[in-house]
Design a protein around this ligand. Structure first.
Ligand code: SF4
Length: 397
């Protein structure tokens, strides 16, 4: 007989990292390999399913309400592997019948057959990597698709019955102007997605782009700030509510899975380089597919870091993650959970409000404005410094 009823169970997200891509984009530092060796893929599927089976019994009081297949390019990896992994997750965990089940896709690896098969397996959300509508720019970024393939992919996704589609775009691209970015947004909004993510291009060390970043006319910080603020406005005009620095959704269509990362929810990650935050601990799987497969096979260690998070660090995470969202932070929530004083933080937030960088809602919650999101790193650093200098409430009494 189950000890906990459905309603008593703690929500849990599952993340599956699929480390395969058709080719490597010039700016990408995600862990993925460009091999498509069938035997390696079979070994990966066996390993991740075994990992899921071993972990399921550790989460008896949890109910999975989101499953997210990211990568890598899950659509390139294929429907059979994804279906097998999702079945393993359903057998090992209590996955809710109405769970949000997402897979990331690229426009060049989407077929009617794959979409219908995954829809039949219970996948109900697609996150499509579009990035831009200019074929020459897509080519220069090393993207494996053109914009015509985006249009076809969206038609296919709709025809297969998906009612929750997210499109990813990037701005601050080599040679991109503000006008070109605004035009891209307008084109992509014609596709009527339920959700949009707009990320600034980040030039990470170790990527090919990093080596020639100074030669390719990347827009400066001021232009990127204008691009960001214009995206916030254009999306708002089209009925998309901003709920996180880079994420926008039509009413009721926020990404429940990604919200877990920002709202302190628990999640378990499977596959190389996947992260977890579960039962008060944070851990990360080794960033090496072969070490992952061998580790699981030999029942050896596959985790790189396991950290128990002290309460003060959790308080810092609360500031860092909640202030990325439009939910923001609140006195009672903060003081009750972390036993730290909110007053010093609020003094700083009032100063931000004087510069239109933060706002206090009628419910007493503090959130950053779009202008504040642009400088969120420095605002949050200041708040963390203030928090570090605060004595715990209990000790002060
Ligand atoms: S498709 Fe995505 S994960 Fe793969 S290389 Fe490009 S950006 Fe990276």
């Amino acid at each position: 007989m189950p000890i906990l009823g459905r309603k008593d169970k703690t929500p849990l997200g599952i993340y599956i990292h699929v480390p395969f891509c058709r080719s490597k984009c010039q700016y990408c530092d995600f862990y993925s390999l460009t091999t498509k060796d069938d035997r390696l893929i079979d070994r990966f599927v066996d390993a991740i399913c075994a990992h899921i089976r071993e972990t399921g019994p550790l989460a008896p009081g949890y109910r999975v309400d989101t499953v997210y297949f990211g990568g890598g390019t899950p659509s390139y990896f294929g429907a059979d592997g994804m279906a097998t992994i999702l079945t393993a997750a359903r057998r090992a965990f209590d996955v809710a019948s109405d769970a949000e089940i997402t897979f990331e896709a690229n426009p060049d690896s989407i077929s009617d057959k794959l979409l219908r098969r995954l829809r039949g397996e219970g996948f109900n959300r697609v996150s499509l990597g579009v990035q831009n509508d200019n074929d020459e720019l897509l080519r220069r970024l090393g993207r494996p698709h053109n914009y015509a393939q985006v249009l076809t992919a969206v038609q296919r996704i709709r025809r297969a019955g998906y009612r929750n589609l997210s499109l990813d775009l990037m701005y601050g691209l080599p040679g991109q102007t503000l006008a070109a970015w605004q035009e891209t947004l307008t084109h992509v909004l014609n596709l009527a997605p339920e959700h949009m993510s707009c990320y600034a291009l980040k030039v990470e060390p170790g990527t090919p782009l990093y080596d020639y970043k100074d030669l390719c006319n990347i827009p400066n910080d001021d232009v990127q700030a204008d691009m960001y603020l214009s995206a916030v406005n254009i999306l708002k005009e089209h009925g998309y509510r901003q709920y996180e620095i880079s994420n926008f959704a039509r009413k009721g269509m926020v990404s429940k899975h990604n919200l877990k990362y920002w709202m302190g929810g628990e999640y378990l990650g499977f596959g190389p380089d996947a992260s977890s935050d579960f039962a008060g601990k944070r851990f990360k799987v080794v960033r090496d597919l072969h070490a992952y497969i061998d580790g699981i096979k030999r029942h050896g260690p596959v985790l790189e870091e396991v950290q128990e998070i002290p309460i003060r660090e959790r308080a810092g995470e609360y500031l860092i993650t909640r202030l990325r969202t439009t939910v923001g932070i609140e006195r009672e929530e903060y003081e009750k959970q972390y036993l730290l004083p909110f007053d010093p933080l609020e003094e700083a937030l009032f100063r931000c409000r004087d510069h239109a960088l933060a706002a206090k809602t009628s419910e007493g919650r503090w959130r950053l404005t779009p202008e504040g999101f642009l400088v969120s790193n420095s605002i949050i650093s200041d708040l963390l410094l203030i928090q570090d200098q605060s004595a715990p409430l209990a000790r002060r009494r």
